[in-house]
Design a protein around this ligand. Structure first.
Ligand code: ADP
Ligand code: UDP
Length: 237
């Protein structure tokens, strides 16, 4: 029995590279589609936001001489590319879905509105919300918190390549230990970097709990949906 009725699933663009240096790994894409199909079949309403770091990041673009705003716009377009790839993989797996864009670009996708997103969710369609927030200086984590709050998701599931929030970045500090749960205030006061501060503040202020979990291990998404404690639960105290 699914623990949640409606979820906002954030997928990392970087994870989509799989073992490649750049771009989209078709095996990883199919693994994502299979896992998403499994939770849709359990009756969960699924909204997805996917990052763009496998293709372009605005901030690193600015170190290569791009204007920050242009770089961020390139990053947002990268999230649209990933969204189209995921939508098409889901379709191949028989999962009906709709890609909405935060920036007008019909016919690539329809312009986002809460009403359109909720209408799709209520029909049992997966809705992929692309283009981040549509604004520079934001991230897809913030895009996910914003959309999660707007569509009134029960939880934001941050699927990433680490299996939760640690006392320090586990990719840099092997002695770091994992939290089973932690409050938004603790994430902030301890300066934990797993999600950016804007996204953390939005989730806290609007009471949207977050579960950070390892999405690259097949089977984890359904475990999270079934309420297994495999990641880190972030909540308001
Ligand atoms: N305290 C922490 N606990 C867990 N992960 C952390 C922490 N600090 C930094 N990280 C890093 O955060 C990253 C996860 O964020 P994610 O948003 O998936 O990456 P990106 O969006 O940049 O692709 C991991 O790669 C991990 O190394
Ligand atoms: O609302 C948004 C969301 C994303 N971006 C840009 O898109 C890039 C890719 O998104 P992100 O890095 O968040 O993706 P991820 O790290 O999850 O792969 C970011 O670096 C930003 O340049 C943006 O400008 N506004």
């Amino acid at each position: 029995m699914a623990k949640f009725k409606r979820v906002l699933l954030k997928l990392s663009g970087e994870s989509l590279m799989g073992s490649q240096e750049y771009g989209i790994d078709s095996q990883r894409l199919n693994d994502y589609a299979t896992q998403i199909k499994e939770i849709v079949e359990k009756g969960v309403q699924v909204a997805i936001v996917i990052g763009g770091g496998n293709i372009f990041r605005g901030l690193s673009g600015s170190t290569q001489g791009f204007d920050r705003v242009k770089g961020d716009q390139m990053g947002m377009l990268a999230t649209v590319i990933n969204s189209l790839a995921l939508g098409s993989a889901l379709k191949n797996h028989g999962v009906s879905n709709r890609v909405l864009t935060a920036i007008r670009m019909e016919p690539i996708g329809e312009f986002y509105s809460k009403d359109k997103a909720v209408e799709s969710l209520e029909k049992g369609e997966v809705v992929i919300l692309s283009g981040g927030t549509g604004n520079p200086y934001f991230t897809t984590d913030t895009g996910s918190s914003l959309r999660g709050i707007e569509v009134e998701a029960d939880v934001m599931l941050k699927g990433t390549r680490v299996d939760g929030i640690y006392t320090a970045d586990p990719e840099k500090d092997p002695t770091a230990t994992k939290y089973e749960k932690i409050t938004f205030d603790e994430v902030y006061s301890q300066g934990l970097k797993v999600m950016d501060l804007t996204a953390t503040a939005m989730c806290k202020e609007n009471n949207l709990p977050v579960i950070v979990f390892d999405m690259d291990t097949i089977g984890n998404l359904v475990k999270v949906i079934d309420g297994e404690n495999i990641g880190t639960y972030v909540y308001n105290n």
